[in-house]
Design a binder for this molecule. Structure first.
Ligand code: DAH
Length: 338
């Protein structure tokens, strides 16, 4: 009996099957009620005790081998099915949807690139500021409306901590810590207590520019802004400066650029042929003194622009809220621009 079992073990070791019915046939043949193994166990009972030990070990080995073969074959079959279902390697790959840069990030990058050609470096300041950097050092009188809760988000009174309403605060931070020559732009987020509408939002982005050195003149300011306008809006763009007022610049101005409708008049420029782009001026000597820069030796110019507005003019976006809604139908339109 021992030899027979050894023979069967050899045969079983070579068994392999790749379909369900062969595996089942094999299992019934060996493990079924009237299968080979139960029959061998019956025979085993009648063996003389001397042979029982060795034969018993062999018989159990055979039983385990058969069971392992059945289990392994079933697993192989299942794996094969799993990997072969609908696997067509010639099919085109499914499309990967690539995101795009946000228009605000793109425009900020573009503006930074333009001014860096003129040697402007980037500086940054905190969004949570004190009254001094946002208002006092910038020559805002105590009763100025911007200091009112209606217009500014105050975090605490005494000390006056607030969300900056403009990036002009970074001018002060730079001038406090750097001696001229200074040539810097400061991009960042600003906050105003405004009702949200198609034209205004309580959060938006600005870029502040500052140039302080000996003999900086209004002509330098005009040249710099004209260079920016032509680079950003196109070589044929014209600029005009209108007198204006800001507490921190004297004289102050606002710059318009010619509309791409070329004076024919369109909705964007409200049929004026001009688009208002930024505020600017010569840094008020009071501001220089507040920041410990000698106004008898140095002069400077500054300007500030809203990134949302600049992007709106370039891409003809008619609602500022679109920038903040993360609507992919809007954002997808900027895929591949930069
Ligand atoms: N801070 C101004 C604003 O938020 C913009 C501005 C105007 C900045 C004139 C300047 C400037 O530096 O000279 O409306």
């Amino acid at each position: 009996m021992k030899d027979r079992i050894e023979d069967i073990i050899k045969k079983v070791s070579q068994f392999s099957a790749d379909n369900q019915s062969e595996i089942e046939k094999f299992r019934i043949q060996f493990l079924g009620k009237k299968g080979i193994i139960p029959e061998l166990f019956k025979e085993f009972k009648n063996l003389p005790p001397a042979e029982k030990k060795v034969t018993g070990i062999l018989l159990n080995e055979l039983k385990k081998l058969v069971q392992d073969k059945v289990d392994l074959s079933k697993k192989k079959l299942a794996d094969k099915r799993k990997f072969s279902i609908n696997l067509d390697l010639t099919l085109p790959a499914s499309q990967i949807i690539i995101g795009s840069r946000h228009p605000i990030s793109m425009v900020r990058r573009e503006i930074i690139d333009i001014f860096s050609k003129l040697g402007f470096t980037i500086s940054q300041g905190p969004e949570i500021e004190d009254d001094w950097h946002v208002f006092s050092a910038l020559n805002f009188p105590p009763e100025h409306p911007a200091r009112d809760m209606q217009d500014t988000f105050f975090i605490s009174k005494d000390p006056d901590i607030l969300l900056r309403t403009h990036t002009s605060s970074v001018q002060v931070r730079v001038m406090e810590t750097t001696s001229p020559p200074i040539r810097t732009i400061s991009p960042g987020r600003v906050f105003r207590n405004e009702v949200i509408s198609a034209r205004s939002h309580c959060i938006f982005h600005q870029i502040e520019g500052l140039y302080v050195d000996e003999n900086v003149s209004f002509a330098d300011l005009k040249q710099t802004l004209e260079f920016f306008a032509k680079e950003y809006f196109g070589e044929e763009t014209k600029i005009r400066l209108r007198p204006s007022f800001f507490p921190f610049t004297e004289p102050s101005g606002e710059m318009d650029v010619s509309c791409s409708c070329k004076g024919r008049g369109c909705k964007l420029c409200k049929y004026t042929g001009w688009l208002e782009v930024l505020g600017c001026g010569m840094v008020d000597p009071n501001v220089l003194s507040e920041c410990n820069i000698d106004p008898s030796k140095y002069t400077g110019f500054a300007f500030g622009l809203g990134i949302e507005r600049i992007a709106l003019l370039k891409y003809h976006i008619n609602d500022i809220r679109l920038y903040f809604e993360n609507d992919v139908r809007f954002l997808n339109q900027f895929t591949g621009i930069i």
